[in-house]
Design a protein around this ligand. Structure first.
Ligand code: ARG
Length: 460
């Protein structure tokens, strides 16, 4: 079939080249946005008198029918029509005749693909934003029930100081809140209309770009036509947002994997969110969390690929940019799927509070509190640190915890230690005393939860 751009060519495209540069196999995902963009463009062309209102109506009706037909699965796209834009234009002309050929007046596929991709991503961002809010809600609800569930906090994966499970979960809430606001920022910069940029230098027709922006829900129109057609920052920003969020999810996955091991055994995953082994009958594996940790790699890869695609492109549009789509679609789908599965996996988790408490009681997580006790008796912190260090070494030799020592034993290290020491270094006290803003005490955790609920309420 002859190409829409075939006029200056005397030969058909080589078959391999046709396959090589055809994007319809993947950019058909943009069909509804392509049609919506074209409808707005046609209506505007009619309003400003570039085409007649009647012609605009015919085009709009034709496009609306095509949308319905595609949605009903009645359309088979033609790879020789290269991409979604030309496929739809061909469908339109076949349907309504010569008037269809007027649609592309004052427009190029370069500004068309830019507007389609922005509208597509805007809708997907909204979905992801909701999924992030669902995940945050689930984490907060879980935190609410575990304000008093004491566990060891770790540094270097060595037991450090006691925290609550709630406090640990709320660290992830902070991360996912940042992911939300990052997406909100990305959306603001993205929601600028490129249509009207033409191929690169605008158009000789008196387009009403503001009207198109309004119809398509853009906040403003781009102020440079060359940038309008060649800017893919919004894709890069989104991919960076996704990479950071997947990094957060991956860290959470890593903890879920550790916690559900027999070595930690802090949690049990629901059977519906774990899988078995084909050979070892006893196995219950945290594959979901592992796979999510793995998928983080491809999302980073998509970002790197796109940064690399863009780095050497002279202004304005170049075909390299068609490479933006598969990585973008993959990133959108991967991020959504990960969020969709993480939320119910957390909702159904069984928390083994006793195991967490036992772990918090072992491993000298109260050693800092013992040092702080001595500081309150006016021993300089550095000296207190050293006394407790020696006490820990003694305990390790004796196979005891600090709490197991008798007062006589304590006193051989510091005569200032009194009977109140046992209360002072109980893990419950250690946690309760960490009452600085953002700390793990129940009061602070409650304050954080109420701030987090406000964050959610502002976004409902
Ligand atoms: N399929 C193309 C893309 O995704 C559309 C723009 C094509 N423009 C061009 N001048 N060949 O980038």
């Amino acid at each position: 079939m002859s190409k829409l751009w075939g006029g200056r060519f005397s030969k058909d495209t080589d078959k391999l080249v046709e396959d090589f540069h055809s994007s319809i196999s993947f950019d058909q995902k943009l069909y509804q946005w392509d049609i919506k963009g074209s409808i707005a463009h046609a209506r505007m062309l009619g309003n400003v008198g570039v085409i007649t209102k009647d012609e605009a109506e015919q085009i709009i009706d034709g496009l609306t029918e095509i949308l319905i037909e595609i949605e009903a699965g009645k359309v088979v796209f033609d790879p020789s029509s290269e991409d979604i834009h030309m496929n739809i234009e061909v469908l339109l002309t076949n349907k309504i005749g010569a008037v269809g050929k007027k649609l592309h007046t004052g427009r190029s596929r370069n500004d068309q693909v830019a507007v389609d991709t922005r509208m597509y991503l805007r809708a997907e961002i909204e979905t992801i934003h909701h999924l992030l809010l669902d995940l945050i809600t689930t984490l907060i609800n879980l935190a609410e029930t575990h304000k008093e569930t004491i566990m060891p906090g770790y540094t270097h994966l060595q037991r450090a100081q006691p925290v609550s499970f709630a406090h640990h979960l709320l660290a992830y809430v902070e991360m996912f809140k940042r992911d939300c606001t990052r997406l909100e920022d990305t959306r603001i910069r993205m929601n600028v209309l490129p249509l009207g940029s033409g191929a690169l230098a605008g158009t000789t027709f008196p387009l009403d770009r503001q009207q198109v922006a309004k119809e398509l829900d853009f906040d403003s129109v781009c102020l440079n036509s060359m940038d309008g057609v060649s800017d893919r920052d919004f894709i890069l920003e989104f991919m960076a947002d996704a990479s950071i969020s997947l990094m957060h999810l991956s860290r959470l996955c890593e903890e879920i994997i550790l916690w559900s091991s027999q070595e930690f055994h802090f949690i049990d995953l629901d059977d519906a969110y774990s899988t078995g082994s084909s050979i070892m009958p006893q196995k219950k594996n945290p594959d979901v969390a592992e796979l999510m940790r793995g998928k983080t790699g491809r999302v980073y890869g998509n970002l790197m690929a796109m940064l690399t695609v863009m780095k050497g492109i002279p202004l304005a549009y170049n075909k390299d940019m068609q490479e933006d789509k598969e990585g973008l679609f993959d990133t959108v789908e991967t991020w959504q799927k990960c969020l969709l599965v993480m939320t119910p996996m957390l909702k159904t988790v069984t928390v083994r509070q006793e195991a967490m408490l036992q772990a918090a009681r072992g491993g000298f997580t109260n050693a800092t509190d013992l040092a702080d006790y001595l500081v309150r008796k006016n021993i300089p912190f550095r000296d207190a640190h050293s006394i407790v260090g020696r006490l820990v070494a003694y305990c390790l030799d004796e196979g005891k915890n600090l709490d197991d020592l008798t007062l006589i034993e304590f006193k051989t290290f510091s005569p200032l230690i009194e009977n109140d020491i046992y209360q002072a270094i109980a893990v419950e006290t250690c946690m309760a005393n960490r009452n600085t803003i953002g700390g793990p005490s129940i009061a602070q955790v409650e304050a954080t939860i109420s701030a987090d609920r406000q964050f959610l309420a502002q976004r409902q």
